[in-house]
Design a protein around this ligand. Structure first.
Ligand code: ADP
Ligand code: MG
Length: 322
């Protein structure tokens, strides 16, 4: 069973950044308004996420590390209507099976906190601990017990870059949440509660936002909002393409193509545009569960999505060049 867990963990926890993503999504699902991330050595040595969310009761601590024990799906129907970000009930269990994990938590109405330690997937007894209301998940020595997998990790710098990208993608979509990111003790990002424009400015640059075009369009049950780079914005980068579907960061061929076409159509050049765009749509029209670690989605009607994105951005750009 332990081996099964470790193999399954490889599917979910490809690298430190995937563990970080699971942990950040859990903090958001718990309604946190402040999230602090500490990384050491690119996340390989340490990933600690501390939040002020709803917390976990002492009784529920072992359950949180139990495979397939999610508190987030009440019925199978919910799988279609995924309201929360993490929903497979295997995130923490998977991380625990390939690390030394400490989960410390205190619900707001508890007098103090409790803690559970999982080493090599084995749970130690729940003990009292000190912690402010909320939860800390500390993941130490990822893959210490699976050397073959550990060998696949890239340099600390590369793993750190993946962690930072994960952090930025999530932070961009949650300007109402305060975030802090430290790496090897050094503060990298300190993001206060902001509105979206301020958060985009913080992460994508003031020069981007000062000329960016605000987008706000809808068609049927679809809404597109956010910011696209102005026609004169000269930086072009695929790394600065932030596209979200129902709050989830995705990299999608349909969307990339539609946006690139829209720029080409109006501006007659073929650079990679910079954008931070949020598409919200009926969850039944999109399959986000293609693969746990993948950031891809499958649209039921990708042609309609393509048209909507193309026309929305085309119109926004045309208005500025008219
Ligand atoms: P899932 O998120 O799919 O339910 P996880 O393995 O990621 O599965 O988490 C298991 C459970 O642990 C969650 O359903 C939740 O009840 C609890 N949990 C995990 N992290 C947190 C957190 N930061 N705050 C509150 N509860 C948490
Ligand atoms: Mg989760």
């Amino acid at each position: 069973d332990h081996l099964v867990n470790q193999i399954a963990a490889g599917e979910v926890v490809e690298r430190p950044a995937s563990a970080l993503k699971e942990m950040l999504e859990n903090s958001l699902d718990a309604g946190a308004s402040k999230i602090t991330v500490d990384l050491a050595q690119g996340g390989i040595k340490l990933i600690r996420v501390t939040d002020n969310g709803s917390g976990i009761t002492a009784d529920d601590l072992p359950l949180a590390l139990d495979r397939h024990a999610t508190s987030k799906i009440a019925s199978l129907d919910d799988l279609e209507q995924v309201g929360t970000l993490g929903f497979r009930g295997e995130g923490l269990a998977s991380v625990a099976s390939v690390s030394r994990l400490t989960l410390t938590s205190r619900p707001a109405d508890s007098a103090h906190a409790h803690q559970i330690i999982a080493i090599d997937g084995a749970l130690h007894p729940v003990e009292p601990a000190a912690h402010a209301p909320g939860t800390s998940v500390e993941v130490v020595d990822l893959y210490f017990n699976t050397p073959a997998r550990r060998k696949f990790l890239k340099s600390e710098n590369t793993e750190y870059a993946h962690c930072e990208a994960t952090f930025e993608r999530i932070a961009l979509a949650h300007p109402q949440v305060e975030f802090l990111l430290r790496h090897n003790g050094k503060v990298i990002w300190r993001l206060p509660v902001q509105d979206l424009a301020e958060r985009v400015a913080a992460l994508l640059g003031k020069d981007f936002i000062s000329e960016a075009i605000a987008v706000e369009t809808s068609a049927g049950s679809m809404t597109l909002s956010g910011f696209v780079g102005s026609p004169t914005y000269s930086k072009a980068s695929r790394d600065a393409q932030y596209f979200y579907v129902n709050g989830r960061f995705v990299r999608d061929k349909t969307a990339q193509h539609a946006l690139r076409q829209a720029y080409r159509d109006v501006l007659h050049h073929d650079r990679h545009p910079v954008y931070a765009l949020f598409l919200s749509m009926d969850p039944a029209g999109v399959d986000v569960n293609v693969h746990p670690t993948k950031i891809e989605v499958r649209f039921r009607e990708s042609q309609a999505i393509h048209q909507f994105l193309f026309h929305s951005i085309n119109k926004a750009l045309a208005a500025t060049t008219a």
